[in-house]
Ligand binder design. Structure first.
Ligand code: ARG
Length: 466
């Protein structure tokens, strides 16, 4: 039974179609670094446990190192009949070391091996994503600092609502990216637990020491229950779920900026190098990067649904279905990573079209709510003030003017003395100046946020992978 690690009880060779159908090396080869690191830790532990001599363990560790380099250099021969990455590496080891290589799989199974590899892979991916998200936040912070004073119309229902400082706007996104990071780092806690040693499902009768493996691989803990350890993929679901919400946020942001680049809005200028043109319409400059970021969200959510459906109805413990987890995890992770890689420089190099924005900032009655609050502060009941301002807005619409353009007599008719204070809150800029609540778009509140993020993101130590 050439190359098969399980050939002993079989009388006929595997059907080639079955080999093609069951192989996973076409997608799990990318676990090779994790697989080798875990095998090296396992071999060292076996030596301490007396199941290998120190020399044998050393030979195994060195040879695995050579195999790692061979794979990295692209010279490693992949063979479908060797199924997966685990068998390939073990096979290459046996080819080189003979009987010594045949000892490596002592006290383990591919079931705990693949669970370990995937956890190591996701842990690295989380650390990479965390670094990227931190950079992404810093890009938003740069925009916030550079454009903090630009007054933007804030929207609800995509209708003009109240004025906001651009600094406030950019900080809102920084908050969302932070929660995305927090979710990933929370997920990392459950990823960072060692399943190796669970063997096939029930553990092993051999005297292994999981603690030695845990320490070498930098896991925070060891799985308590072998049955659970080989069957658990919750950590993968959590990972892809955190990625899905991140992808949803990315699509929201992308959609907003796509709107902002339209002639209708004209709020944002994207650099040419992040746009593409049309093959027929010579004037076009399309925000394809943002559109693809928006579109890729569907793919990530699809991977989440794929994973959840895959896991539904699986009895304990390992089932081959689980092999299908990897394409979902890898693709979701790659997709989000690719979005962030292109999004960071895009944010850095985009600019608000502040003149265009300012030209139309007085339309849409952005100051109406502040006016209403001004009336309240002068003793008029809120409901009365609401109705009053509503009627004034109607009047302005009829005349085609702004609230600030209404004459003093109108205000005096509302309340005597009002005309001497009301103009201080009318107009988008005055409305901004009137804000004061914590977390509002008041200048001082925005400055607080900027200070907070400046400090927090500066202290951002990149995660180390351990
Ligand atoms: N390629 C398999 C997977 O990814 C590895 C584990 C296979 N275990 C087994 N007993 N067939 O799930």
């Amino acid at each position: 039974m050439s190359g098969k690690t399980w050939g002993g009880r079989f009388r006929e060779a595997t059907d080639p179609d079955v080999e093609r159908f069951t192989e996973s090396v076409s997608f799990d080869a990318r676990l090779y670094e994790q697989d080798i690191a875990a095998s090296q830790a396992h071999a060292r532990m076996l030596a301490k446990a007396g199941l290998l001599t120190a020399t044998e363990a050393e030979q195994i560790v060195q040879t695995l190192e050579a195999i790692r380099e061979e794979i990295a250099s692209g010279r490693f021969p992949w063979r479908q009949e060797l199924e997966d990455i685990h068998t390939h590496i073990e096979h290459a080891l046996v080819e080189r070391l003979g009987d010594v290589g045949r000892k490596l799989h002592t006290a383990r199974s591919r079931n705990d091996q693949v669970a370990t590899d995937l956890r190591l892979w996701i842990r690295d991916a989380i650390d990479r994503l965390d670094n990227l998200l931190s950079e992404f936040q810093r890009a938003f912070l740069e925009r916030a600092e550079a454009e903090r004073e630009v007054i933007l119309p804030g929207y609800t229902h995509l209708q003009r609502a109240q004025p906001i400082l651009a600094g406030h706007y950019f900080c809102a996104w920084i908050e969302k990216w932070q929660r995305d990071r927090d979710r990933l780092s929370d997920c990392r806690k459950r990823v960072n637990v060692l399943p190796l040693g669970s063997a096939a499902l029930a553990g092993t009768s051999l005297p292994i020491d999981l603690e030695l493996v845990r320490e070498q691989l930098g896991f925070a803990d060891v799985c308590r229950n072998s049955l659970d350890a080989v069957s658990d993929r919750d950590f993968a679901v959590e990972f892809v779920s955190a990625l899905s919400l991140l992808a949803v946020h990315l699509s929201d942001w992308a959609e907003e900026w796509i709107l902002w680049t339209t002639t209708e809005f004209g709020f944002l200028e994207l650099p040419d190098r992040f746009c593409t043109g049309s093959s027929i319409m010579p004037h076009k400059k399309n925000p394809d990067v943002l559109e693809l970021i928006r579109g890729k969200c569907g793919r990530v959510i699809g991977r989440l649904v794929q994973l959840l459906t895959l896991l539904k109805g699986l009895p304990l413990a390992y089932n081959r279905d689980l092999q299908e987890d990897k394409p979902a995890v890898f693709d979701a992770s790659d997709t989000v990573e690719s979005c962030l890689r292109v999004a960071v420089p895009l944010v850095r190099s985009s600019r608000l079209r502040s003149t265009r924005i300012a030209e139309r900032i007085e339309s849409g009655f952005l100051d109406a709510t502040t006016l209403m609050e001004h009336l309240v502060s002068r003793g008029i009941p809120l409901r009365t003030a609401h109705e009053l301002v509503g009627r004034l807005v109607q009047e302005c619409e009829r005349r085609g003017c702004t609230l600030a353009e209404l004459s003093p007599e109108i205000w005096e008719a509302v309340q005597s003395g009002l005309s001497s204070t009301v103009y201080e809150v009318l107009g988008a800029r005055n409305a901004i100046n009137a804000f004061r609540s914590a977390g509002s778009t008041a200048r001082t509140e925005v400055e607080k946020q900027l200070t907070y993020w400046r400090k927090r993101l500066r202290n951002d130590e990149p995660a180390t992978g351990r």
